[in-house]
Design a protein around this ligand. Sequence first.
Ligand SMILES: [Mn+2]
Length: 420
Amino acid sequence: MAQFRFVHSADLHLGTPLRGIGTIPPHLAELFRTATLLAWERLVQFCIDEQVDFLCLAGDIYDERDRNLTAQLAFQQGCERLHEAQISIYLIHGNHDPMDGKQAHLHWPSNLYTFSAEQVESYPIIRHGEEIARIYGRSYPTYHVTENYSQSYKRSSSAFAIGLLHANVGNSSGHANYAPCSLQDLQNGEMDYWALGHIHKPQQLQDQLPTIIYAGNPQGRHWKEAGERGCYLIEVDGVQVHSRFQPLQVIRWEEEVVELQGVDGEQALLDQLFHIAEQVNERTNSTPVLLRIRLEGRTPLYDGLLDEEVRQELLERINHQLMGLGMKVWLASLQSMALPLQIPDIASQSLAADIMQIVQDWRADWIEQRTTIRSILDELKDRRFWEQEGLLPSDAELQAMIEQLEPWLLQRLGEGGGKR
Ligand SMILES: [Mn+2]
């Protein structure tokens, strides 16, 4: 039985403009701007260093249907380097970069195999005249694919079968439900290894045959894509499959929650924030990190923390300290979900009482309110973008926002109105 090694990656989203944070220092800004391209370079280098037989890319190579030129040139350059190293690339296109998008007219090296969108195609991997594996795949013709593609992956030889599939397995929430299929569809299918793309969090859904893996994206693009990002190195020995995750990200997103119970003054808060940033720095081995801290719990600092300028002041102070110590963590955002120590007793004031009644009705009738909020979100102008990015708030997040409303309103009303 043959032995071979390959790298499984997906969702490069080359050319994604990273956004969503305020001012960042110049040394991070450049990294931030080119992060997806740099992660691709790292992926190419990793394939070369590991001398793998081939590279599989499971969709969303580009971020936009009409691919941007910088992204295409960067991809072309990586493919050429792999060509020189005699490493072939097998790729499908996904919902972000379907076949009907605009492409530049470029010369591509002969080691690049792109699967068509018409039907499932396959390519053999030949070594010394023997077929050691066969790769199956199908690209998206357009972004909106509702058909269950997995069922049309039929093996046409006895060689180890790798299926490249861009799909939402098991109706994962927070991700557009394209080419939907169940885990069982894959387990019962004819492939030995399912190389999945679409869900950006790296995860192994099954390790025995068929091995089923989401490679995740090699570079996170916002806080909802926090943590380690990379690709999988797969070694096949007969029917034994070994997988190893390899981090590739050039910049990491991290989110931490700080409980404010017992943090009773500004100095204590600063110390606590610095301590968290220090821990993140240690945990991430000095990779550049964009950190967001969410403050929770009851605190006498509640009022101050509602003030944008106060939060900005705290950020600057912490970042100054971190930079001074040469740490790579950048505290980019401070969110307050804190609560006041006491809610003022203003129930006797009729306006306040009416408003509070509305908020309480909302909370009591949460299921219906949630439906209303969801229907408002459905009307959002850039809804498809928000949805594809997984940026729409989850039910738990919506509920947390509603919980915040009551103390916030009471505090404002308790100040006698008109102060803000
Ligand atoms: Mn994607």
